[in-house]
Write a protein that binds this ligand. Structure first.
Ligand SMILES: Cc1cc2nc3c(=O)[nH]c(=O)nc-3n(C[C@H](O)[C@H](O)[C@H](O)COP(=O)(O)OP(=O)(O)OC[C@H]3O[C@@H](n4cnc5c(N)ncnc54)[C@H](O)[C@@H]3O)c2cc1C
Length: 464
């Protein structure tokens, strides 16, 4: 993987805008560039585009949308900005956050009205940094559904998508102007494709252990649950071209991966009043203080596992969710008529869990303060029968990357902008600051589609 001078035989073909990576960012960038009048080619290394996006719950945050208005939710980009800056304790670039919080809502509206992807507000999520309900998703609330709908939109728009095309090298001149890329095909041949502008939509580096060890040494060897192609290719090309990076230590963690089944499980059960205990039957955190950081909290428990405990009312409330159906199918969710039955199924110390439930009862009844500082307002008492699931923590995706301007064009380390290089999604710096605790829910897809739309538009502007 490297930066090369112009190939001897020039290029096999030349396309005004080339997008590397066919996840949420790349597909959105292509739709946007096409709408702006540019011919676009997406190069995707997999036979079927899926990416990290397909593993997600397909939810994206955005403010002031038509969907929010339909749901009677009053929200503004300014409020969204305040929420992000509060969550990240100011430790990020306010200019980037201004751009994203201003453009995310219009991106959702545009995807709904112009690209045929019907987003609605997911009212089951609340809090965790967002002061109003602003998570949006297409009907199925899965990343696979979102990818399917984006791919249909790309086809309708007449965008060319070349799959089984692993981009291995970028051609550039001495001023770091990108001239094209080289794509390797499964039969061992390569194609050199020229372009007027390049959009890097290759996601982050969660699947690259060397980059994790280099940039997030604390997480070296940690459990990673991500798309295997998130190897940081785009970030490395950008860096080689003189692009600036920031917050390379940042990542999103998650503490509710069904274990050992490796299935994403929904956190709603905890948000709405469930608790988490470790193998010793003890609580170990305020479960809702930092959902991303909870991933690291769980990793630090004995055996790197924890147990979500909730009741039948919560089970019934969310049993229709895709993640719950999957977990039920593989028998990951256990239940017990009494707490001791549940403890037997989960192999947990009964006396400890019963004492956790008793203390929880008092905290919810307002008779005692929660030792972990959790506010249980608005949640109901847990009553038998009980439900539980063994989970583990994992690093989901990295949040550091190339820094970009308001058109998603990559900034130079030496000041100014690279001539025709754009980045979005996991390849770009997120708005979560330098740690795992600044991640505000649904900002991964938000960064992918919002920056994707800006990048596509910006790239097209340079070429048409
Ligand atoms: C389990 C899980 C759940 C999540 N849930 C949510 C959620 O509900 N909401 C949210 O906002 N975020 C969520 N996230 C984060 C979110 O999925 C990502 O932030 C987002 O999908 C990134 O989009 P992307 O387009 O940048 O990357 P991707 O979707 O990963 O797309 C990148 C594409 O580039 C391709 N590629 C990489 N290198 C090359 C190369 N050299 N040549 C050609 N192609 C290449 C890959 O194959 C891939 O298809 C979740 C993440 C995980 C792991």
């Amino acid at each position: 993987m490297s930066i090369l001078p112009v190939p001897e035989n020039r290029f096999d073909i030349t396309v005004p805008v080339v997008v590397v990576g066919g996840g949420a960012c790349g597909l959105t960038a292509a739709l946007s560039a096409r709408e702006a009048g540019a011919e676009v080619l997406i190069l995707e290394r997999d036979a079927t585009p899926q990416g990290t996006t397909s593993m997600s719950q397909g939810t994206m945050c955005g403010a002031g949308t038509e969907a929010q208005k339909r749901a009677g939710i009053d929200d503004t980009p300014e409020q969204f900005f305040e929420d992000v800056m509060t969550k990240v304790e100011g430790l990020t670039d306010p200019d980037l956050v201004r751009v994203i919080t201003r453009e995310a809502g219009p991106t959702i509206d545009w995807l709904s009205s112009e690209q045929g992807i019907p987003f609605e507000v997911d009212t089951s999520w609340k809090g965790l940094g967002h002061t109003v309900q602003r998570l949006h998703a297409p009907p199925e609330k899965t990343g696979e559904d979102l990818m399917g709908r984006l791919l249909q939109a790309v086809e309708r728009a007449g965008v060319d998508l070349l799959t089984d095309a692993l981009v291995t090298d970028v051609f550039a001149d001495s001023n770091s102007r990108v001239l094209g890329v080289r794509a390797a095909r499964p039969d061992g041949t390569t194609e050199d494709i020229g372009c007027g502008a390049l959009v890097l939509a290759t996601c982050g580096f969660a699947a690259n252990p060397d980059m994790i060890a280099e940039f997030i040494p604390d997480m070296a060897g940690a459990h990673v649950f991500t798309w295997e192609n998130s190897r940081g290719d785009g970030i490395r090309w950008g860096m080689e071209l003189g692009g600036e990076t920031a917050d390379m230590t940042a990542f999103q963690g998650y503490g509710a991966l069904a274990h050992p089944q490796e299935l994403l499980f929904n956190y709603q059960y905890v948000i709405d009043g469930g608790v988490m205990v470790n193998r010793d039957g003890e609580r170990f955190s305020n479960e809702v203080a930092d959902v991303s950081g909870q991933g690291v909290n769980v990793m630090r428990q004995p055996g790197s596992v924890a147990y979500m405990i909730y009741d039948e009312e919560l089970h019934n409330r969310y049993k229709h969710l895709h993640e719950t159906r999957e977990a039920l199918d593989v028998g990951a969710i256990k239940s017990g008529v009494t707490s001791s039955d549940l403890c037997s199924s989960l192999d947990l110390p009964m006396d400890k869990v019963e004492s956790v439930l008793a203390v929880l009862h008092d905290a919810k009844a307002g008779m005692a303060k929660d030792a972990w500082g959790r506010d249980f307002t608005g949640t109901k008492q847990l009553v038998p029968p009980y439900y539980g699931i063994q989970v583990t923590g994992a690093l989901y995706h990295t949040q550091g990357g190339l820094t970009v301007d308001e058109t998603a064009r990559v900034k130079r380390t030496s000041g100014g902008l690279l001539p025709n290089l754009f980045a979005g999604g996991g390849a770009a710096r997120g708005m979560t600051g330098p740690t795992c605790s600044g991640y505000i829910p649904a900002s991964g897809i938000c960064m992918a589609m919002t920056l994707g739309r800006l990048a596509g538009r910006g790239a097209a502007k340079l070429t048409v």
